[in-house]
Design a binder for this molecule. Structure first.
Ligand SMILES: Nc1nc2c(ncn2[C@@H]2O[C@H](COP(=O)(O)OP(=O)(O)OP(=O)(O)O)[C@@H](O)[C@H]2O)c(=O)[nH]1
Length: 334
């Protein structure tokens, strides 16, 4: 095959190939600029050939890119960058729907040395448009995240589910055992909820559960873990929180629930909760004991007349409870 045919075939390939191709010499002067690069950048090869790459494209990551080029000139080896590490080199538009969540064309780049007489005389760069792969990857990641989120949430309230709370309980309990700081647990339960369901129906019961969940969420810190433990039973893990502080949190939740109302077709339903609080103690070596103790305190609150906070511990606990008043019972229509 004659040299002119080979050269025309090369030109044709350069023109038609659906990847970007450009090359620079040791002074970063452009030696090659194919059609893909012309169309995407809007700069014709006649304008850029012979010019310094960084003068033509001041927004390129100059320090990083020079390091890349220099390593190829020095080591005479090809190198590669993936969109996962650097989403793009040139800020080119892509033609995918904007809903893909990717603003600019995502690019994989390969830096290949052109060696003559043992020296690298130029570095040729290929730019592959991997926007579709990036969009698919992001969609997959979002779907995995949504699944992960759904697997730890209770669908009715959006709170954490029992399985997740139990996992976190074990973690937080181990942390408490290592660090020795305070760790408390609150259990609470809607008062006479069966009556609410029987009187107003299951749908109103569900609204009441949601209302309690919202009230409790509004009273907690970022680090607290609020979960729906059973039907109308909730749990809060409070790392770095003493029994006394947990008592006050329990009181705040109780008050907030009692202030909220569930709208009915005629009037409003006021609901109340009973709350049990316990703190981790050195004598316990299993996390389950903490939940059992909070549950026992909750039972005490129910037995004491409901709509109140009870503590597992005696001594300090009794002193706190003396300040606590009894409150009117819930599930009443105003
Ligand atoms: N609407 C609704 N009701 C539920 C749900 N899960 C459990 N329940 C109901 O919650 C009620 C719990 O009743 P009980 O355990 O007897 O307790 P209670 O009536 O609240 O009485 P105390 O706890 O002693 O004040 C039952 O009637 C369950 O059917 C739910 O997701 N939605």
């Amino acid at each position: 095959m004659s040299e002119s045919i080979t050269s025309r075939l090369c030109e044709l390939a350069m023109e038609r190939v659906s990847i970007g191709l450009f090359a620079v010499d040791r002074d970063y002067r452009l030696l090659l600029w194919n059609d893909f690069m012309q169309q995407r950048s809007g700069l014709a090869s006649s304008k850029v050939i012979g010019q310094n790459l960084f003068d033509c494209f001041p927004s390129l990551p100059q320090v990083w890119l020079k390091k890349k080029f220099n390593s190829v000139f020095l080591l005479k080896n090809s190198t590669f960058t993936s969109w996962e590490h650097r989403p793009y080199l040139f800020r080119f538009e892509h033609d995918r729907p904007i809903t893909g969540g990717v603003e600019w064309m995502q690019q994989d780049c390969a830096f290949v040395p052109l060696i003559e007489d043992g020296h690298v005389v130029a570095v040729c760069v290929t730019i592959t448009d991997v926007t579709d792969i990036a969009i698919a990857w992001r969609e997959k990641e979002a779907a995995v995240e949504a699944l992960r989120e759904a697997s730890v949430r209770d669908p009715l309230t959006g709170l954490f589910n029992r399985r997740y709370v139990n996992e976190r309980l074990t973690e937080e309990y181990r942390r408490w055992q290592r660090n020795g700081a305070d760790f408390s647990v609150i259990m609470f339960d809607i008062d006479h909820f069966k009556r609410t369901n029987d009187t107003y129906g299951h749908a109103v019961g569900d609204l009441a559960i949601q209302s309690v969940a919202n009230a409790a969420s509004s009273q907690l810190r970022e680090v607290d873990v609020l979960g729906r433990f059973g039907g109308e039973e909730f749990i809060v893990l409070l790392p770095q929180c003493s029994l006394e502080n947990a008592y006050h949190v329990g009181e705040r939740i109780r008050e907030k629930v009692a202030q909220q109302v569930v709208p009915l077709s005629s009037g409003h339903l006021v609901i109340t909760i009973s709350v049990g609080v316990a703190s981790a103690e050195a004598s316990q070596d299993v996390a389950d004991m903490l939940v059992k103790n909070a549950d026992a305190a909750l039972y005490k609150a129910k037995a004491g007349g409901r709509n109140q906070v009870a503590l597992h511990k005696t001594g300090q606990g009794e002193a706190l409870l003396q300040n606590s008043t009894t409150h009117p019972l819930g599930a009443v229509v105003r």
